[in-house]
Design a protein around this ligand. Structure first.
Ligand code: BGC
Length: 826
């Protein structure tokens, strides 16, 4: 018997021993992150964990640290299947270290609008790039014996009203854009799971979507993994079960459990349907090695060799950094006398976006530290904040203690915490249960470094009493804003109080939090609040003046600008693409006094850069993960070439953005633009060019494109596999610069006559090559059958008409081209 057969046999044997209630018990969370064990059938407890930029594990706090890798936009910007694969392997290693069996990733929704709040967490505006990077990531994680759940299936491309929004999208667009990355991943990498999104598609909620879940995903694509709800996304016992939603998370209160048992007894759900769902859950358990008598999909001796997480996080961060303009100032010369490093993010790097992708690393290397380590000691580094875009106060930077109090005021336990963040989701520290908990009291000491106006803040919802040295500053109830239950902990409102302190001294802070009756999330407990603190700062004008003075006195100015956790986060879409606070003014003023100004953009999604033509270089660092500053120094000094190419087009102004609207009308969000998303849309916008096109990015050498040949291949499978290459583009590029480098060669298929329904080009394949100065390199790029197909009334058919196959360095820079008649001859 093959291992697959052994697993299936063990699954059937286990299933045969279970009665209805026991089968149903497998289909819903026992708690926030796990499915229950069942000793009778030798089934272990199965643990799931977020997410794409690191594996958080079962605790949402800094005392359970994880390696933090660059956010998905950064990974996609590297255009490297190999790096995505290794990143996946690292996350599998992290998952195993943390006792997790399923990583709730990758996010392969598309960058439909740059306003999407989770843009940083998804890969690209292009379905082919998303699918390629996603498939490599999934195969990497699963080669480490850990399951994945590509998410959020499907059309969850923005956050506004995400629980209920009804996305209206035509069939062709759905197939060619939004389903495409999922299909590529399912067919190429066989994910063991998938996560259903909260939203509806064409009037049907995705957790209850028979047609897409059972029809397209399972019957058509042959998906044999589990479909898990997004958290609290299972809302209808009968419809969800019938639509093949295998797992309702989190638990213990779900629409499955006793409700599903009852529905079966009443004949509303056939017991065979429950068998199907349970079979798939058992198959998942078998694959990850949690079911007796079933060999794990990856035997222990075949697990990948141990990966150095810090080194890989640094490598990926540098590989994804995207240099969009450079007048030659980069790489920095090693004979610089002085560098001015400016910006709040230069000392407090934004390593990731807000929400469920958040992880807590053991260390973060900020740009200041990274540059200090990398630059020669003789190089003086001046620092100034310039403009602080943070709206909310940072958590009190001192150890605190949390006391847990019961309904009668008795102490249930206490724990020490690394800072002013108090957060427990689904689980409290050992020995304490949510059922008993009424209050949490956080105490800490504010050790003031300077005299003046300090700020102390509370972020959270529920009742709070804040005391400073015994004096009550606040005693009231804070109510949540909006209706998104996740927003109550992802983006809670803040209350700020001022404390005038004369000289360096300490203040004893005590924050008592009375839990709200209902956490907002049905069925599982949640404690989430922050005791914040802000040191006295100069006025905004003083900060700007100080930065200008520091910049004027230095040989080179490096300004790190970026977004904040409030701006880029799960649960909310962006209202504006402008950098928050006075950062644009900061860059403009620094550039006015220092012609050698390099701007580093620390953001996960496009921002406006009105000053981009007035500075010497612009480097997009994305959300680079914990090794941010080390990787940035590698790139700035030229130790490593900036490897990134844009996975998404960056607009110059908000008015030009092709898809701006993420708000609903009568609960609906119409994807009216059809296929015209990203570069496909920009290409037909007469007069409005983006700031930087999809695919664009500079290294530290130059390339010339010297030849393109197209070879038609005869697929051995007779065309059954849409991802089998049917043609190979052979592209010759020469390194014409002075140093070795890597070039990402991109191939697009362009119909000679684009019509109202068909975009002017679509990425069909890509590959990276490396070459020494003067050397010629040959990129061989397989072009899959699917690139030559379109979706219509008869399903997938060959595109008609004459086409050009073009090769080059971005969607707008395609110097080579050959004519092609499609459908291809077979
Ligand atoms: C997010 C998912 C995430 C889940 C668990 C949801 O709110 O949409 O992406 O995996 O929470 O944290």
């Amino acid at each position: 018997m093959t291992p697959d057969q052994q697993r299936e046999t063990a699954v059937e044997a286990a299933l045969g021993k279970l009665d209805l209630a026991a089968k149903v018990a497998l289909l819903a969370g026992a708690d926030m992150w796990s499915l229950p064990a069942n000793q009778e059938i030798g089934l272990g407890r199965l643990v799931m964990s977020d997410g794409p930029a690191g594996v958080r594990g079962e605790h949402w706090t800094a005392d359970d640290p994880s390696v933090s890798v660059p956010s998905p936009t950064a990974l996609a910007a590297a255009w490297s299947r190999e790096l995505a694969h290794r990143t996946g392997q690292l996350l599998a290693q992290e998952a195993r270290r943390k006792g997790a069996h399923v990583v709730l990733a990758p996010t392969v929704n598309l960058h439909r609008s740059p306003r999407g709040g989770r843009h940083f967490e998804a890969y690209s505006e292009d379905p082919l790039l998303s699918g390629e990077i996603g498939a490599a990531f999934v195969s990497g994680v699963q080669s480490g014996g850990v399951a994945t759940t590509p998410k959020h299936w499907v059309a969850n491309d923005s956050e506004t009203e995400r629980y209920t929004v009804d996305v209206r999208v035509d069939e062709r667009t759905l197939r060619e854009l939004y389903l495409a990355p999922f299909e590529a991943i399912v067919r190429k990498a066989t994910p063991w799971g998938l996560m259903a999104s909260y939203n509806q598609v064409n009037g049907v909620s995705m957790s209850a979507n028979q047609e897409l879940n059972n029809g397209v995903l399972r019957e058509e694509w042959g998906f044999d993994g589990i479909l898990v709800s997004d958290w609290t996304g299972a809302r209808d016992t009968v419809r969800d079960a019938l639509a093949g939603l295998d797992i309702a998370m989190p638990g213990p209160v779900t629409v499955y459990g006793e409700h599903l048992v009852k529905a079966v007894r009443e004949g509303l759900v056939p017991e065979e349907t429950v068998d199907e769902l349970a079979r798939r859950v058992l198959r998942l358990a078998a694959r990850v090695g949690l079911l007796a008598d079933a060999p794990a999909a990856v035997p222990a001796e075949e697990l990948p060799a141990a990966i150095d997480g810090e080194a890989l996080a640094r490598e990926v961060a540098a590989a994804g950094m995207t240099l969009v303009s450079n007048d030659g100032v980069l790489p920095l010369s090693d004979s610089l006398g002085s560098v001015a490093l400016i910006g709040a993010a230069a000392v407090e790097a934004r390593i990731g976006g807000g929400g469920s992708a958040q992880v807590f690393p053991t260390r973060v290397i900020a740009p200041l530290e990274g540059l200090r380590t990398a630059l020669p000691q003789e190089t003086a580094i001046g620092f100034a904040v310039g403009a602080d875009p943070n709206v909310d106060l940072r958590p009190l930077a001192a150890r605190t203690e949390a006391r847990f109090l019961g309904r009668d005021g008795s102490e249930l336990g206490r724990v020490a915490l690394p800072d002013g963040t108090a957060r427990w989701i689904g689980q409290l520290p050992a020995g304490i249960s949510f059922a008993d908990l009424a209050e949490v009291e956080l105490t800490g000491v504010l050790a003031a470094r300077s005299e003046g106006l300090h700020r102390v803040g509370i972020r959270g919802v529920g009742r709070f009493v804040l005391e400073a040295d015994g004096a009550v500053l606040f005693d009231d109830v804070v109510v949540p804003v909006g209706t998104d239950p996740a927003a109550a902990f992802l983006n809670p409102p803040e209350q700020v109080f001022e404390l005038e302190l004369d000289g360096a001294r300490t203040v004893a802070l005590k924050l008592r939090h009375v839990l709200p009756e209902n956490s907002g999330f049905a069925g599982f407990g949640l404690v989430s609040f922050v005791l914040g603190h802000g040191e006295p700062t100069g006025t905004a004008d003083e900060l700007l003046d100080e930065a200008v003075a520091v910049a004027a006195a230095a040989d080179v100015a490096v300004v790190v600008v970026g977004t904040t956790e409030e701006v880029e986060s799960e649960g909310v879409d962006r209202a504006s693409l402008a950098l928050p606070g006075r950062q644009d003014e900061l860059v403009a003023r620094v550039a006015a006094v220092n012609p050698r100004t390099v701007v580093v953009v620390n953001a996960g999604a496009p921002v406006l850069m009105p000053w981009r033509d007035d500075v010497a270089a612009v480097l997009l660092a994305w959300f680079p993960g914990q090794e941010a500053g080390a990787a940035l120094a590698d790139v700035l000094t030229g130790a490593v070439e900036p490897g990134g190419r844009l996975p998404t087009t960056w607009p110059a102004t908000e008015a030009d953005v092709p898809v701006w609207e993420v708000e609903t009308t009568d609960g609906r969000l119409e994807y009216r633009e059809g296929l015209f998303v990203g570069y496909r849309a920009w290409q037909r916008r007469d007069g409005a060019a983006p700031a930087y096109w999809f695919g664009h990015g500079l290294g530290y050498t130059d390339w010339s494109y010297e030849g393109l040949e197209l070879r038609l291949l005869t697929p051995e499978t007779g065309g059954a596999d849409p991802y089998a290459p049917v043609a190979e583009a052979v592209v010759r590029v020469r390194n014409t610069g002075a140093r070795a480098g890597r070039e990402v060669v991109q191939v697009y298929l362009c119909p000679d006559r684009a019509d109202a329904a068909t975009p002017g080009s679509a990425l069909a394949g890509f590959a990276a090559v490396t070459a020494a100065p003067g050397e010629l390199a040959e990129a061989r790029i397989g072009l899959p059958l699917r690139a030559f197909q379109r979706w219509g009334a008869e399903g997938w058919t060959g595109r008609e008409g004459d086409h050009q196959v073009r090769a080059g360095r971005s969607a707008a820079d395609l110097p080579l081209s050959v004519a092609l008649e499609v459908p291809l001859p077979r």
